[in-house]
Design a binder for this molecule. Structure first.
Ligand SMILES: [Zn+2]
Length: 341
């Protein structure tokens, strides 16, 4: 793929209603056993095809084989007891009942390599795979074993690195780590957050990305965002550290957000995945609105390093809204591409 401005979604897409209840996070599966596996892979194929038909340039799995972007990965690890649950505060924002780390954490086998091979076989376009980042993982658990957020994060970074290497071997072109926690825990971000993220990417030859956002368009996040004032400057904490890091691509929110666009300057030299689609609203952006959001970033990032994207995952939206938003994203990128060529 040689064209500039290849559009890419951040990660999740809504699942078909025959697979799980739509417009809901942590929605339970409607199938089980072999039928569930078949249904998940069929949904993944559909998600890839819908992206391709919408004009998306970098194809993702739409997270169709996972119930949740963090929990599903952790479910495949040993050392975490899902029957022992404690209530903790997630990203300082809302309470959730979470599983307990009760022993040393380890990964017996790859969680997503088989799914990634299926996606690879389906398209010649570049593919991107998202994994949770170490800091975001520890924030969705109660730790009764290491009793140190830093130590647990390093353990997860090692596990994520093993998984990322298998995804790379499966033919994934871009491995993305989702770190919404980077917008909340600034001391840890500086002390060990970026270092743990780099540990997760150690030795990879493929491109690496980190997605930092203000969360899915759910009530708790919308209410939190309302408290953040007229300018959201949280990225000021992470961007200078990431600019100095080995991570290739940084994914951020922009459209309809109060993030000052000039903060992108702090990433100078890096590739930028810019959110030009609001995932907290059902209103479909026009291609002109998408192009306008992307255009505003051009003083701060070379067009050759810009990937038009969504603000976050689209799992909580309806399938039809998500599909129309993907089409608008690709059309907006095309408008700007034509303008620049
Ligand atoms: Zn996000």
């Amino acid at each position: 793929m040689n064209a500039i401005l290849p559009a890419a979604i951040v990660g999740s897409l809504p699942k078909p209603s025959w697979l799980s209840e739509p417009e809901k996070l942590w929605s339970p599966w409607k199938l089980d056993g072999d039928e569930l596996r078949e249904g998940q892979l069929d949904a993944q194929s559909l998600a890839a095809e819908e992206q391709r038909r919408s004009g998306i340039g970098v194809i993702s799995d739409g997270e169709q084989t996972r119930q949740h972007f963090v929990t599903t990965f952790i479910e495949h690890l040993s050392g975490v007891d899902f029957d022992r649950r404690e209530t903790v505060r997630i990203r300082d924002r809302y309470d959730a009942s979470v599983p307990t780390v009760s022993g040393a954490v380890s990964r017996e086998r790859s969680v997503f390599a088989e799914d990634a091979k299926r996606l690879r076989a389906q398209t010649d376009q570049p593919i991107k795979w998202a994994l949770p980042g170490p800091m975001t993982m520890i924030d969705t658990l109660y730790d009764d074993h290491y009793r140190s957020r830093e130590r647990l994060a390093w353990e997860f970074a090692t596990i994520l690195n093993e998984e990322a290497k298998e995804l790379e071997a499966a033919g994934v072109d871009i491995i993305q780590f989702d770190e919404p926690a980077f917008n909340v825990f600034f001391d840890e971000l500086k002390d060990w957050g970026v270092a743990a993220l780099e540990r997760a990417t150690q030795g990879l030859q493929c491109e690496t990305a980190v997605h930092i956002c203000y969360g899915y368009g759910i009530k708790a996040n919308t209410e939190w965002k309302a408290t953040l004032g007229s300018q959201w400057r949280q990225y000021e904490e992470s961007f200078p550290l990431l600019q100095q890091s080995s991570i290739d691509i940084v994914s951020l929110e922009s459209h309809n957000s109060r993030v000052p666009v000039e903060l992108i300057e702090l990433l100078r030299g890096k590739q930028v995945m810019l959110g030009a689609i609001d995932v907290a609203s059902d209103t479909i952006e026009t291609p002109e609105e998408v192009a306008a959001t992307l255009r505003r970033a051009l003083p701060y990032v070379d067009a050759a390093k810009l990937t038009p994207s969504t603000n976050c995952g689209m799992a909580p939206l309806s399938r039809w809204v998500a599909r129309d938003k993907m089409t608008a994203l690709a059309a907006g990128a095309e408008l700007l591409r034509a303008e620049l060529s």
